[in-house]
Design a protein around this ligand. Structure first.
Ligand code: ANZ
Ligand code: ZN
Length: 874
């Protein structure tokens, strides 16, 4: 028996090397076995992996290793989401080229990833900044362009007037440019967009088929797509009040039922009518300029205080020519949605209510909740958007909301003004086309050329890739591609005239919208995919990542897959059959008296008299324990995966990540619990070594029968096998780990009895220890390989088949028999399934119900019908 401790530092690199040398995780596309594609969202090469990565990749790895053992051809690739702003910032701040910075980071992170012991197929690795990858993205852009799925469109962008550059929404902070501090303006510029809205309805409908996606993610997507059924209404304007005799205003409403509660009209600052009015009214022009300063970010627009400007224009109520409504320009009406104009019904819409309360326009409730007295129903600060009956609404009074909507729609559809109806039913989507133009260097160049004669000319396929120049400079603000002395100057491929390359690059979300398809055949130099391979290996069976990507990344990927189908690159609509969103790794925060944060590594936490106290390890200064929060650099509550792996080994880190909470919830990092995981590793190691000793005395052949002790252990083993197998399939990893611990206790109990075990017990110990090691192998693969050897098993456990469950060992241990006295049912009794007749008789005669029924009479006979009935004859 070994008394040596398990040494992860020695063992882990050794097994990683073996896996590598044998390339056992490389999957082949011509493998005839059924495929299983497991993918974790690929990382951005920031330079270091963080603990969230460890959790993400461990979750996927457990599944990948399990499915491999179950006999699937598992595809489990890894790559790098490598374009983006941080590389350019590094270039500005540290004078390193974005490319060098990125590839250095990739090399460092790859080394870190390897130390986690992930069963990845590195043969398929690529970075999205490799020209051999983005070349195909450019090809697809051109395909999309030809298919009408990519277009140029005037779009609003954030413009920094000092740096003379376009800013991403994240670069606008409180309405100012992040670097210059200048007030940001909105400008209209030609931008490239992908026509995702062509698929709005389809992307919505198909959510119903994604039954292995979290409901919350589907709901978020549904809301983002935002389908609304409503009515387009043409309000007449009083031409005497309009800037150029305009005579109507089109609005979109989902609540035509509230038309008699209207108090005002509101139009967007970008609405043509607002523009026309502003041309004659400098105060209005000023107001509009102010509104535009808040940038294009939706959440800022949503949370800004509601503001308006009365244009003096009057609209006429569609059901009352004498009813005039003031037209405001308002900061909460967006030009991009509906018609960019609304009627406001304050009683039933909170924004409208806030607005009228500010401008004293009053409100009239028109929907009364059931059971309320309409005369007493008033609205002050909270709009009522619930159900009810119509009031104060002339011909609608007494109707339900739905009936009223229908009534208004019917009447306005019939009413003609000029040669068009006043009302028209319409379906609107919140989803906008996807603007992909970024005025950045470190991204995939958009492969078109602007010719003064021919306009936009696609780069011929044979000229792809359009590669980034490597000698770009970053000493000026703005787009380094645009500044480059030669890069953009080309001749037109069509007419040969002097022309310019497009200097916009693609949004990095484009790069991540098809990498999963590229992984199926990253070796194809001719085309983005090899369709029959992609069709065989896709969809991803289980995708795993953070919920922060629940909307955009997943929606873009769903669109892109459809667009790839439309252009012949793949044969399916949905890329991810199963989606799992993991929780975060969180940690307490520690703060010194002066408010500065200190890292967990610097503090010692003790529980004294039930109260936890934290002090600085050096100096002993007391620090306050703050709330548990997402690990972040600013709060300094991070732990470094490298430190954890160096101290405890990857297996301990993996085990801890999986054990403490369900994978979709946050896990609180706790040093004590990590140490607990570390002790468990040593315990397993001891138990396996002890088992190996006993196994030596076990008969080679399976005994013909098993005694109670051996049977109990076998049941524990197969019971655990059953529960862990189904647990992994459902990604209930924490539950699996609890079953493994329980089973470990059962084995330890048998080993703890000491003495030389009977042959059947020794055989069961051998079986149990092999099963135990296989059960934790997906979670702690290095320890498992080491144990596999100790147990004298051949080959690598990473290549072994998952153990077979013996189902008859899963049968319940007890049976319940009906108890009769003289043929009449008096109750029942539960006994061990293996119980013999004397034991059953004693249990039955001890029952009060039997004693009562016998009434003191002597028992003449007890008849046991096995597994069914016991009849007491008195
Ligand atoms: C009158 C009304 C009364 C409205 C009421 C709501 C409640 P969804 O459901 O998201 O489609 N709206 C229309 N276009 C808008 C725009 N460009 N910017 C801001 N708001 C706009 O929302 C549709 C509702 O949002 C519409 O119905 C309109 O206000 C407003 F008690 O019309 B409603
Ligand atoms: Zn030309």
């Amino acid at each position: 028996m070994t008394s040596e401790r398990y040494n992860a530092r020695d063992s882990e690199p050794r097994w990683q090397r073996q896996w590598d040398e044998k390339a056992i995780f490389a999957s082949k596309n011509d493998d005839p076995r059924p495929k299983y594609y497991v993918l974790e969202m690929f990382p951005y090469p920031s330079g270091r992996i963080h603990i969230g990565h460890v959790r993400n990749y461990t979750l996927g790895d457990v599944l990948a290793r399990f499915m491999r053992a179950k006999g699937f051809n598992v595809l489990h690739p890894m790559g790098w989401d490598a374009f983006g702003l941080p590389a350019e910032n590094a270039a500005i701040e540290r004078k390193v080229a974005p490319k060098a910075w990125t590839y250095d980071n990739i090399a460092a992170m790859k080394k870190q990833l390897r130390s986690i012991g992930l069963s990845l197929d590195w043969n398929r690795e690529f970075a999205t900044c490799d020209p051999s990858y983005y070349k195909h993205q450019q090809k697809m852009f051109l395909d999309f362009l030809r298919a009408g799925l990519a277009e140029r469109e005037k779009r609003k962008i954030n413009w920094d007037p000092v740096d003379m550059t376009v800013l991403a929404n994240e670069q606008v902070i409180d309405g100012r440019g992040w670097r210059s501090g200048a007030v940001v303006e909105q400008r209209e510029m030609n931008q490239w967009v992908f026509k995702i809205t062509k698929y709005s309805q389809e992307l919505l409908d198909a959510l119903d088929s994604l039954d292995r996606w979290p409901d919350k993610v589907r709901l978020m997507q549904r809301n983002w797509i935002g389908r609304s059924e409503g009515l387009l209404i043409r309000f007449a304007l009083d031409p005497a009040t309009t800037p150029a005799g305009e005579s109507e205003l089109k609005i979109f409403t989902t609540r035509p039922d509230t038309l008699f509660g209207a108090k005002f009209m509101a139009i967007s600052a970008d609405h043509p009518l607002a523009q026309a009015a502003a041309a004659k009214n400098p105060k209005l022009a000023e107001f509009i300029a102010d509104v535009k300063k808040i940038g294009t970010a939706q959440e800022i627009i949503d949370t800004a205080e509601k503001q308006g400007f009365d244009t003096g224009i009057k609209a006429v109520h569609p059901f009352d020519p004498n009813w005039k409504l003031p037209v405001y320009v308002a900061n909460f009406v967006l030009m991009e949605y509906g018609t960019g104009a609304i009627f406001g019904c304050p009683a039933h819409d909170q924004r409208d209510l806030d607005f009228v309360n500010k401008y004293n326009l009053g409100n009239t409730p028109v929907v009364c909740p059931e059971g309320q007295d309409p005369k007493a129903f008033v609205i002050t600060d909270t709009a009522y958007d619930g159900d009810g009956r119509m009031i104060n609404s002339r011909f609608l009074d007494g109707l339900t909301i739905e009936q009223a909507k229908e009534e208004i729609a019917k009447r306005l559809e019939k009413e003609m003004r000029g040669n068009a109806p006043v009302g028209e039913r319409q379906v609107n989507f919140r989803l906008r086309d996807w603007g992909i133009s970024r005025q950045r260097y470190w991204g995939c160049p958009i492969p078109v050329i602007h010719c003064p004669k021919c306009d936009v000319v696609p780069v011929p396929d044979s000229d792809l890739p359009v590669t980034l120049p490597e000698d770009a400079t970053f000493d000026k603000p703005g787009n380094a591609l645009d500044h480059h002395p030669t890069w953009k100057h080309v001749t037109c491929p069509k007419c040969g005239a002097k022309a310019q390359r497009e200097t916009d690059t693609m949004d990095t979300f484009v790069d991540s919208s098809w990498y999963f398809a590229r992984f199926t055949d990253p070796w194809n130099e001719k085309a983005p995919t090899t369709p029959d391979v992609a069709n065989r290996m896709m969809p991803v069976d289980q995708y795993i990542g953070g919920v922060e990507h629940a909307i955009l990344h997943l929606l873009y990927s769903r669109f892109f897959t459809r667009a790839m189908k439309a252009t012949g690159h793949i044969g399916m609509d949905e890329p991810f059959a199963g989606m799992f969103t993991q929780g975060m790794v969180v940690h307490e925060t520690y703060q010194r008296a002066d408010g500065t944060y200190v890292t967990p590594a610097e503090v010692k936490v003790e529980a004294i008299g039930g109260e936890r106290r934290a002090t600085m390890i050096y100096g002993g200064e007391e620090v306050s324990i703050g709330p548990i929060e997402k690990m972040s650099k600013s709060k300094k509550n991070t732990v470094d995966p490298d430190d954890i792996i160096a101290t405890y080994g990857a297996d301990v880190a993996r085990w801890f990540m999986l054990s403490d909470s369900p994978p979709d919830r946050d896990v609180i990092w706790s040093d004590e619990r990590v140490q607990g995981a570390s002790r468990f590793v040593q315990r397993l190691w001891r138990l396996v070594n002890e088992s190996a000793e006993i196994a030596k005395s076990a008969p080679p052949a399976r005994p013909a029968s098993f005694g109670a002790d051996a049977l109990a252990l076998r049941k524990a083993a197969h019971g655990a096998l059953d529960k862990v197998s189904s647990g992994i399939e459902r990604l209930h990893f924490n539950v699996c780990l609890a079953h493994i611990r329980e089973f470990t206790n059962a084995l330890a109990e048998v080993l703890g009895r000491g003495g030389k075990p009977a042959p059947d017990v020794a055989w069961a110990v051998r079986e149990a220890s092999v099963i135990l090691v296989q059960l934790f192998a997906p979670m702690m693969p290095h320890l498992a390989e080491e144990c596999w050897q100790v147990l004298g098993q051949s080959g690598l456990i990473s290549e072994a088949n998952w153990p077979q469950i013996e189902r008859d060992l899963l049968v319940e241990d007890t049976v319940t028999l009906v108890v009769q006295v003289n043929g009449k049912k008096r109750g029942d009794v539960t006994v061990p399934r293996v119980a013999q007749n004397p034991e059953i008789e004693a249990a039955v005669l001890a029952l009060d119900a039997v004693k009562v029924a016998l009434g003191g009479k002597a028992v003449r006979k007890v008849i046991v019908v096995p597994m069914r009935i016991v009849n007491v004859v008195g």
